[in-house]
Ligand binder design. Structure first.
Ligand code: TNX
Length: 527
């Protein structure tokens, strides 16, 4: 009897230990760095077949005393702490730190001088991240995040082995402008929502956030010298109801947050069309001096500033001046799209004058591709979205192109005909369509030399909250980010879709509501 009981206990213990062994064996040790699912795909990876383990006593060292280096060290520690539960002290050093540490240093990048470049060397004993610039280090930190198990992105302590495969990654971006646009005019989004959006861009090494701050349905930034723009023009949105605007302090908070993440804010005031909110706020901006009613529909192309009035240019000057003063980046986006009720003969000189105003306030103009009808200043950028002939006109004037072809890069387009959110005037944009294109061979006659980069615009006629933003952004944004970062010769949909599928568990860890495209096999977190 007693013997039988002992036998049962023995069998039970044996089974429990088999289960434990099985569970721990499913947590594979990373050993091949070149097989990790990094997006965007790095330029070069060599693998040395071992792994580094992050431990409770791992210290993050930054070489030198600069506060910016410290910030990068703390940024990394802040990302790794919640899921590991480790302390992860950040310290400064002037020497080579000992075993088990992470070193972040501005020196020694093996001769690589490309802008934004970094090098990550992982050995069994140490992680060494080096770059010529802080920006490069920040990109290296994003790669590091993606090398840890996906559970690293969770906000509570997780049982996992925090191991990274050993080897060397050398990396730098193909294009200098890699961005997304958020339309905060059709629907308004809070400062917190915008911060959230910035976090998405950061994870995929994008560096520009274009904010569409005004349109027919709303004016979203406080202009102190024209207060009705927000009091009146910022009071509603598509579908009606209460909406909002950013005070200049709030806008500056967005700019500051973006700056900490090496992201430049590109503010857009769309003109002369898409201006109903302004025309409703100030009667004098209309040719007939009569204020327009507020607009909450989704038609485009019905409004225009009065291009022949002096007050219009005083207005634009005041607006550009106030926004430029709180925008550290070099760009000011002047819109210029779909001005269907502005005569072409009025539109052309209008865009020329506005570029001059922008230049007076120390910024470079970007405009939607229609601006190429006008003479462009030598440093103006045309954002290609619709008409190839406009893009060619811009290039013929020596201007550079920002690539946002609607049929590929518009992330407000529906994925397929069953998608509930979004529009489809430019077609359906499945994940493969958004990934499978090359900016430098899209428009005949426009090659890499003429292109500054890529941007994925998110128009928000149908998008009302952050969950809906996430659904349209993911999983297309990582693909656009890779187009901007990775040379075309290293990109291939069949290989990319496997890496993207692995990011399913990262989206899950970050609690991102993403579209589970049937074209991709999605990994999920094993719980
Ligand atoms: C076209 S793209 C627009 C926007 C709309 C968008 C919807 C562009 C420069 N203008 O006004 O929101 O389509 O997809």
């Amino acid at each position: 009897m007693i013997y039988k009981k002992q036998q049962q206990i023995f069998v039970a213990l044996l089974m429990v230990s088999i289960i434990i062994i099985q569970v721990s064996c499913t947590k594979r040790n990373p050993s091949d760095l070149s097989k990790e699912s990094i997006i965007p795909k790095p330029v070069s990876i060599t693998s040395t077949g071992n792994y580094f383990t992050l431990k409770p006593n791992t210290t993050i060292y930054v070489k030198g005393e600069s506060s910016e280096l410290f910030n990068i060290g703390h940024y990394l520690a802040d990302r790794l702490r919640p899921a590991t539960g480790f302390k992860l002290n950040v310290k400064t050093t002037f020497n080579e730190p000992g075993n088990g540490s992470i070193l972040i240093t501005l020196s020694g990048v093996g001769g690589n001088s490309k802008e934004g470049s970094y090098e990550l060397v992982v050995t069994k004993k140490q992680i060494r991240l080096s770059a010529r610039t802080h920006e490069g280090l920040f990109y290296g930190v994003q790669t590091l995040r993606q090398l840890f198990p996906a559970a690293i992105e969770m906000t509570t302590p997780q049982e996992d082995k925090w191991r990274i495969a050993t080897g060397t990654i050398t990396d730098y971006p193909e294009y200098s402008y890699r961005g997304a646009m958020l339309d905060v005019a059709r629907h308004f989004f809070s400062v917190d929502d915008v911060r959230h959006f910035i976090d998405f861009l950061v994870y995929y090494k994008m560096n520009m956030l274009h904010l569409h701050l005004s349109d027919d349905q709303g004016w979203r930034i406080e202009i102190k010298s024209w207060p009705n723009l927000t009091l009146q023009g910022g009071s509603t949105q598509v579908g009606g109801g209460k909406s909002g605007f950013y005070t200049q302090e709030q806008y500056s908070a967005i700019v500051d947050y973006a700056k900490e993440c090496y992201i430049t804010i590109v503010p857009e005031i769309d003109m002369p069309g898409h201006t109903n909110a302004a025309l409703a706020s100030y009667p004098e901006l209309n040719c007939d001096s009569k204020a327009r009613p507020l607009y909450t529909g989704t038609e485009v192309g019905f409004s225009t500033l009065c291009t022949s009035k002096e007050i219009t240019y005083k207005f634009i000057n005041d607006v550009v001046k106030e926004i430029a003063a709180i925008t550290p980046g070099p760009w000011f986006h002047i819109g210029g799209d779909e001005s269907h009720v502005t005569k072409v003969s009025d539109y052309i000189p209008f865009v020329e004058k506005v570029q001059d105003i922008v230049a007076v306030h120390g910024k470079q103009s970007i405009g939607w591709d229609e601006i190429a009808l006008s003479s462009l200043r030598s440093n103006t950028i045309a954002q290609f979205w619709a008409k190839e002939e406009n893009a060619k006109k811009a290039v013929n004037q020596g201007a550079k192109i920002l690539m946002s072809p609607a049929s590929k890069a518009y992330i407000d387009m529906q994925y397929d005909k069953s998608t509930k959110l979004g529009l489809h005037w430019a077609g359906y944009v499945e994940v493969d369509v958004a990934y499978n294109w090359d900016p430098a061979s899209l428009v005949p006659g426009i090659g890499k030399e003429q292109i500054i980069g890529v941007e994925a615009p998110l128009w928000t006629e149908t998008i009302t909250n952050i969950d809906e933003i996430e659904y349209m952004v993911f999983p297309r944004l990582p693909g656009i980010a890779e187009i901007g970062w990775t040379p075309v010769a290293s990109r291939n949909w069949d290989e990319y879709k496997v890496r993207l599928g692995k990011h399913g568990e990262r989206f899950e860890a970050m609690e991102i509501d993403y579209y589970k495209s049937p074209l991709v096999t999605w990994a999920t977190l094993k719980k």
